[in-house]
Design a protein around this ligand. Sequence first.
Ligand SMILES: Cc1ncc(COP(=O)(O)O)c(C=O)c1O
Length: 328
Amino acid sequence: MKAKLAAIPRVKIANLPTPIEKSTRLATKIGIRELWIKRDDLTGLALGGNKTRKLEYLIADAQSHGAKTLITAGAVQSNHCRQTAAAAAKFGFDCVLVLTGEPPARYSGNLLLDRLFGAEIVWCPKEAREKTLQEVFQRLWQEGKRPYLIPYGGSNALGALAYAQAVIELSEQGINVDWIVFPSSSGGTQAGMILGSKLCGANSRILGISVDLPAAELRQRIFQLSNEAIDAYSFTFSVGIEEIWVNDAYRGEGYGIPTEGDRQAVLEFARYEGMLLDPVYTGRAAAGLIDLINQGTIPSNSSVLFWHTGGSPALFADSYQGLFFANP
Ligand SMILES: Cc1ncc(COP(=O)(O)O)c(C=O)c1O
């Protein structure tokens, strides 16, 4: 079955395998016996992140459909949109991003990079996202621009395969841990990790820290995605909902609104590891990790791998100015 996965077409974008670093100072600070960090923030495309892996499969699929334009959607500071815009530039596609919200006064963070990569940006309210995506698709189709729609977060069965392959990569790096912790949002990363664990017989507990969705909704989404991938690629195992571990206790007031825990986690990774997290995704997952260790849910004698999924360009977004320090 690993061979079947390896045969699925993909383009080469990411620098793989991404490194795994052993943390010592931070591990001591947060009170865990063994802490590894898998550096998917170093995938290499346009400041890196987890979407690079998914795009390797999605771009190959777009090419096989004869597409000329990639369309996707996300929040103003979407890392997925930034990476899609960069991949579009690299592979010669036009790119249209449907971003939810109002255009800000200035381009900053990921949004600045979207523009650098030449993406067209269409703004819409969140409720109108699906309708707007369809309208953009129709317009491009009528203009002969052969659109290809990449789902929100790159999370469909094909995108999820990327993280199945990533878990196989991890097992080939010879690291076996009790827990794998990371931010989970549209579910493709976690669905893929669960599939990959089944494919290589790994038994780490895969714990997604929900960035925005209630646990029941996110688990259902991951369940659906992983089973769609199983059907689409005829894998001979199943994923039960009870195997999907999600913690939604760190969502605070919602997506993109950093909590004090998020803020502290970003500061601790910076000051004890010299490592940049981000205020939306990895900061939240790290806040969850630190708290779960403090509570004893993750016992202090465990080995943990924190899967760093990227996102640091959002640190430079105008909307997060003043989050860490008052401006001088
Ligand atoms: C930095 C970062 N981490 C994690 C995620 C969540 O990944 P997924 O949407 O596959 O659950 C995202 C999604 O946008 C992200 O940008």
